[in-house]
Design a protein around this ligand. Structure first.
Ligand SMILES: Cc1ncc(C[n+]2csc(CCOP(=O)(O)OP(=O)(O)O)c2C)c(N)n1
Ligand SMILES: [Mg+2]
Length: 375
């Protein structure tokens, strides 16, 4: 079953990529974009039903928190305070926030290395994530993981995985555990579209459908795997269609609309909890920043990025909230100020925290701890 939801972002930019990796895209048609924005906003407002003011504002707050957190991370990275890789989530906030708002606290979430946003949406404190980015002892992984290894067992946030597609079989295993133990927990597994080319994706989907596992596979199709567009790396580019190969329910979702993501995930959660069946969601989105902080970005044009910035999920949602008179600009400004303070507090906390003790090199490496005194 494959169902097309309204107006997903197109793959236009990817399709126009030349074989040299440089995109010959036309200038942005602002009038057309404004028309699309109005259309999508009307569709979004129709999805307000059933949600109260508090819930709607919370979705806005979480998306803004992720945006601000990532902007601060970029600033701190450039200042040389973060070591290793750092992949930002700016532009994709509606995916993690919309999907995670549809699950319970005791459900599980797995993500890739682009996971700061998912960790925040699952309830991890900004302090523990920022401290981890700075490699401090107070970080969620005691400063030994860094940007790609956020983790919080109590909150059911099970990583943070640096191997492309590596989280897909792990999430399938967590869903198997829930089924085996007879709990009604569900697992959300987020990954990029390039991970779909990994064998582990196909093996997992086959097993999940065959064994009826309550796993929701959420492909965040941002159109690029590092500097390679989907058009250059995938023969069948409609990822949701791949669910048919395993008779798995699947949907295309507009990843710039937080409520569209929430609704599609709610349908999948219902299927997982009540029938113990998996779902594949292809959520079409776009990353506004480079692949990582060290990406020269010479594989796409400024015009293409600007086109998608016009579809900014936060801009869209705040316009819908204001037009429906759910809130006013003053209240949104207050929230933005609180978020700014929360992120600054997280950074101060991280800066002032100690580095991990050298002895920590020997902890949490093997299930049976290493005795450093034994040579
Ligand atoms: C098994 C493996 N191969 C290659 C890499 C290098 N690598 C890191 S990110 C990435 C692209 C993945 O793109 P996608 O899955 O679309 O996720 P996105 O970065 O767009 O969120 C690659 C090839 C890796 N980390 N692991
Ligand atoms: Mg991608």
């Amino acid at each position: 079953m494959s169902k097309q939801s309204a107006a997903p972002p197109s793959r236009a930019g990817a399709d126009e990529q030349s074989s040299t990796g440089v995109i010959d895209s036309p200038d942005v048609d602002r009038k057309q974009l404004a028309r699309e924005h109005e259309e999508v906003k009307e569709q979004q407002k129709n999805r307000f039903e059933g949600l109260n003011t508090e819930q709607l504002i919370e979705l806005y707050r979480q998306m803004q928190l992720i945006r601000r957190f990532e902007e601060k991370s970029a600033e701190v990275y450039v200042a040389g305070k973060i070591g290793g890789f750092c992949h930002l989530y700016i532009g994709q906030e509606a995916v993690a926030v919309g999907a995670i708002s549809a699950i319970r606290k005791d459900d599980y979430v797995f993500a890739s290395y682009r996971e700061h946003g998912h960790a925040l949406a699952k309830g991890m404190p900004a302090r523990s994530i920022m401290a981890e980015l700075l490699g401090k002892a107070t970080g969620c992984s005691k400063g030994k993981g860094g940007s790609m290894h956020m983790f919080d067992k109590e909150l059911g946030f099970l990583g943070g995985h640096a191997i492309v597609g590596g989280q897909i079989p792990l999430a399938t295993g967590a869903a198997f555990a829930s089924m085996y133990q007879g709990s009604d927990q569900v697992t959300l597994c987020f990954f990029g579209e390039a991970a779909v080319n990994q064998g582990a994706f196909h093996e997992s989907l086959n097993m999940a459908q065959l064994w009826k596992l309550p796993c929701i596979y959420i492909c965040e199709n941002n159109q690029y795997g590092m500097g390679t567009s989907i058009a250059r790396g995938m023969s069948l580019r409609d990822v949701a269609q791949k669910g048919c190969a395993y008779e798995m329910a699947s949907e295309f979702v507009d990843g710039m609309d937080v409520l569209a993501v929430r609704e599609a995930t709610m349908r999948a959660v219902e299927r997982a909890r009540r029938q113990s069946l998996p779902t594949l969601l292809e959520v079409r989105t776009y990353r506004f920043m480079g692949h990582s902080m060290s990406d020269p970005g010479n594989y796409r044009t400024r015009a293409e990025i600007e086109k998608y910035q016009e579809r900014d999920p936060i801009k869209l949602f705040s316009a819908s909230l204001l037009e429906e008179k759910i809130t006013d600009q003053k209240k949104l400004d207050e929230i933005n100020k609180q978020i700014h303070d929360e992120v600054e507090d997280a950074f101060r906390f991280a800066e002032e925290s100690p580095l991990p003790d050298p002895e920590e090199l020997y902890t949490d490496v093997y299930a049976n701890p290493i005795d450093p005194s034994r040579k």
